[in-house]
Design a protein around this ligand. Structure first.
Ligand code: S3P
Length: 181
């Protein structure tokens, strides 16, 4: 045991980047953890929508996915210089190697996962995700997840399956694992 054996506080914690597929709980978990740890939370989609003055579906429709991906990379580069915070990444952020390098340089990458059935249940009533339009079924979601799985796993320092946990349980599991890294 460490000398003094006081539980490790989070003041020396690095920025946490939450990655993973749409609907795994990145936004909810980072918001709850931000309240628990009194750390600022940056929701990338929300920040990009604010910067661009449009919703995510509008950005995809009017400026294209390529433009959106450039916004993500530019935002991440800026965040890398920020003091400790929690960053809820869009589901596609870990698909670009330069994004992964930026996150790993200054922070800890937390991969959240969930079973496709659970994801479907969480995303089925939302129209905010252009990539899921017409694909709100288990087979299509599982196929897209399978394409992305390798990149997510390669980027992650720690992984938590959120399928059967409450938001609070996920927060505790994340902290436990991050403190072990
Ligand atoms: C995307 C995920 C979305 C959003 C955009 C693209 C993706 O974010 O960035 O619709 O490529 O997986 P959430 O994961 O927060 O839904």
């Amino acid at each position: 045991a460490r000398s003094g054996s006081a539980p490790r506080r989070c003041s020396n914690m690095k920025t946490l980047f939450f990655i993973g597929f749409m609907g795994v709980g990145k936004t909810s978990v980072s918001a709850a953890l931000g309240r628990m740890l009194k750390l600022p939370v940056i929701e990338m989609d929300q920040q990009i929508a604010r910067n661009e003055g449009m919703t995510i579906p509008e950005i995809f429709a009017q400026k294209g996915e390529g433009h959106f991906r450039q916004c993500e990379t530019a935002l991440l580069e800026g965040l890398a210089a920020e003091s400790t915070c929690l960053v809820s990444c869009g589901g596609g952020v870990a698909m670009r190697q330069e994004n992964v390098a930026a996150m790993r340089r200054c922070g800890t990458v937390v991969l959240l996962t969930a079973r496709p059935e659970v994801i479907l249940d969480r995303v089925k009533d939302s129209d905010e995700r252009p990539l899921l339009q017409g694909k709100k079924n288990v087979a299509d979601i599982a196929a897209l997840m399978a394409q992305r799985r390798g990149a997510y796993e390669a980027a992650a320092d720690v992984t938590v399956d959120t399928s059967d946990l409450t938001i609070e349980e996920v927060c505790r599991a994340v902290l436990r694992q991050v403190n072990e890294t």
